[in-house]
Design a binder for this molecule. Structure first.
Ligand code: FPP
Length: 253
């Protein structure tokens, strides 16, 4: 991370080596910050700060590899159940990170999006997210999406509510409701489904992440804790993805 960079912005880490054909959309469940902290005799929050450094390195690595969309699970709708100090520490971390990174992200042509129930977030954090989205809305390199106060079930519920509201206004014929009716009402309908979902820290579950969109996603799990995840792990996941045959329910000879 501290290597000298060839990139346009001095804050941007150097590109990874050994990249191969990338999937268009990679989504990551960044797990293991707490375990990393414990194993280093530190407070859990310090694990999240280390996770932030890893996230920054991963965003630029993904862009350098030609990945078009990167979505990360930053704070789930279930994470409110954590101790109050950890929740408020995570809110402060996200605010500080967004303020520190937005100019570099923008200068590098990266588009920032935030999905989730943003109306339930503290005003200052929501405001920073909205500013970041406006600031980068015309950018055409990597689309970097943060899922914050996000739950896959809540996203589907919100889409169903929008459909019901349209149907109640007679703006929609119930018989015509199909998958498209949901897909077009998700939080970021223009983002393609993830091709590859990476989960760190070894658990074999989706934890309410992109439930609708992950129907045909390939899943890659590593025991590596998120703070220890490197661009080389990303390249390994992509290489493994490239060896798989995606059938989407059909037979491929
Ligand atoms: C899961 O690890 C991680 C989180 C709930 C938070 C993710 C946050 C970051 C990576 C910090 C940077 C985020 C942004 C959006 C700037 P865990 O705490 O569940 O780890 P454990 O399972 O080992 O306890």
């Amino acid at each position: 991370m501290d290597k000298p960079s060839q990139s346009p912005s001095p804050n941007r880490p150097a590109p990874p080596t050994g990249a191969c054909d990338p999937p268009a959309h990679v989504a990551i469940i960044m797990d293991g910050n707490g375990r990393w902290a414990r194993s280093h005799g530190k407070e859990r929050l310090l694990g999240h700060w280390e996770g932030y450094r890893t996230l920054k390195r991963t965003v630029y690595a993904a862009d350098d590899m030609g990945i078009r969309y990167l979505t990360v699970y930053g704070f789930s709708s279930e994470n409110w159940r954590r101790p109050e100090g950890e929740v408020s520490g995570l809110m402060s971390l996200m605010l500080a990170a967004m303020r520190a990174e937005i100019e570099d992200l923008a200068e590098n042509g990266i588009r920032v999006k935030v999905i989730g129930r943003l109306n339930e977030l503290p005003d200052d954090l929501r405001g920073e997210f909205l500013r970041a989205m406006r600031r980068t809305e015309s950018h055409t390199k990597l689309t970097f999406t943060l899922a914050i106060n996000y739950g896959g079930r809540a996203e589907i519920v919100d889409a169903v509510r929008a459909i019901a509201a349209d149907a109640a206004r007679d703006a929609m014929d119930v018989a015509s409701i199909g998958e498209d009716a949901i897909t077009t009402r998700l939080y970021s309908p223009e983002t393609p489904d993830p091709d590859l979902i990476i989960r760190t820290a070894g658990e074999l579950r989706l934890s309410n992440f992109l439930l609708w969109q992950s129907a045909y996603a390939e899943i890659w799990v590593t025991p590596t804790l998120w703070p220890d995840f490197t661009p080389e792990h990303l390249a390994l996941a992509v290489a493994d993805y490239n060896r798989r045959t995606r059938r989407f329910g059909a037979v491929v000879e």
